[in-house]
Design a protein around this ligand. Structure first.
Ligand code: SF4
Length: 370
């Protein structure tokens, strides 16, 4: 197979490791493989890459090219993910690599997500043990796999998550939800929480034309798999003005969340800011976000947040029963935590859907750590 000789040098690199969750695909031809990590389910010819650009068929076997090859490592507030109802106030060590399985034309992290080997795939190498020790050294409570789509660096994620668990850290990921149920299965007992990021309300046309994703439908199947495995889930939706702000899709998404994940699932409507190839669009008008928040509430969601609009009243948490403001936030900071130690409303005693106890932070974040 010609791919093997050509890529001999690649196989010697520490960041190139055998991939997991793939199979040989002789039905496509000699030496072909099929990757089942994400719903693209790429068939890959010898010597070629998957759609994410960081998995390569070398000599009839699939390899990850980004094992331990980090593009960022930061201490973040968990509220930045956003995860507002999971271990509030905690500190997470966030890591990312290059590459992504989506091609969002508005990506804020496009330098890393759209980086490919041919374009100068980059990063600094860290073994999973080193990453976890860095988290412990800096007093982090958990890990977050984020900035680019963590599914595409699955092997690094899985190994790091396993070590993190041993040391008592929790694991969370920020994902576009295109991870397959098979990959979710392989993270059993390792992943604790996920922020699942929708864009444009899950409008299939928006996914096709602006993100080059054939169909958002499999994301729902994956969220059900996450729920079955007991992951904590918060759902976000990036509202892109003019092209990704249709109320009917937000209504549909909110209804699905109510019916399948429950009415107290945190639901975040995020403000778009112009970036990458959509710099000609304006920021999302706050009024648009407020109208969509009203729609999500009409569908029965009890915790609807507006993100990226600092100082907005929907940054805060309200008791679903009596309406009392129980958590006051400014951006990613909690300025007043009024819930009881078992996360009950101090006015009416209602137990809020919050996992973990509030832990006040003693230092300012985010902080890069290399
Ligand atoms: S992880 Fe990459 S190679 Fe695998 S199916 Fe997804 S895009 Fe294709």
């Amino acid at each position: 197979m010609s791919g093997l000789r050509m890529d001999d040098s690649l196989l010697k690199k520490p960041h190139v490791k055998p991939a997991r969750i793939w199979r040989e695909a002789p039905e496509r031809g000699e030496g072909w493989v099929k990757c089942d990590l994400c719903h693209r389910r790429c068939y890959i010819a010898p010597g070629k890459y998957g759609a994410c650009g960081v998995r390569k068929n070398i000599g009839g076997r699939l390899y990850t090219l980004v094992y331990g090859l980090l593009t960022a490592m930061n201490l973040d507030p968990i509220e930045k993910k956003p995860l507002l109802h999971f271990n509030p106030g905690s500190v997470v060590l966030s890591i990312s690599t290059a590459g992504c399985n989506f091609y969002c034309q508005f990506c804020q992290n496009f330098e890393i997500s759209q980086s490919r080997l041919e374009k100068g795939l980059y990063g600094f190498f860290r073994e999973p043990e080193d990453i976890v020790l860095t988290a412990l050294k800096h007093g982090a409570d958990g890990m977050t796999y984020t900035y680019n789509e963590p599914t595409i660096f699955f092997e690094l994620l899985q190994d790091t998550a396993r070590i993190a668990k041993k040391y008592g850290l929790f694991n969370t990921m920020v994902t576009n939800g295109y991870i397959t149920p098979e990959a979710v299965d392989e993270l059993e007992g390792l992943m604790d929480a996920a922020t699942v990021d929708f864009k444009g309300g899950g409008d299939p046309e928006f996914y096709r034309k602006i993100m080059f994703v054939p169909d958002p439908e499999p994301i729902f199947e994956s969220m059900l798999a996450m729920k079955e495995k007991g992951w904590w889930i918060e759902v976000t939706n990036l509202v892109v003005p003019q092209i990704g702000d249709k109320p009917e899709y937000v209504r549909k998404l909110a209804r699905w969340v109510v019916e399948n994940l429950g009415p107290e699932t945190p639901f975040h409507l995020l403000r778009f800011h112009p970036d990458y190839k959509l710099r000609h669009l304006p920021h999302t008008p706050v009024k648009t976000l407020e109208n969509l928040a009203k729609i999500a509430m009409e569908e029965g969601l009890k915790h609807v947040y507006i993100g990226n609009v600092w100082g907005h009243p929907l940054e805060d948490t309200y008791c679903p029963r009596c309406g009392y403001k129980v958590v006051d936030r400014e951006g990613f900071a909690i300025v007043d935590w009024r819930l009881t130690s078992d996360n009950r409303c101090p006015k009416c005693g209602y137990k809020l859907n919050i996992k973990g106890r509030y832990k006040p932070r003693s230092f300012h974040l985010p902080v890069p750590v290399f």
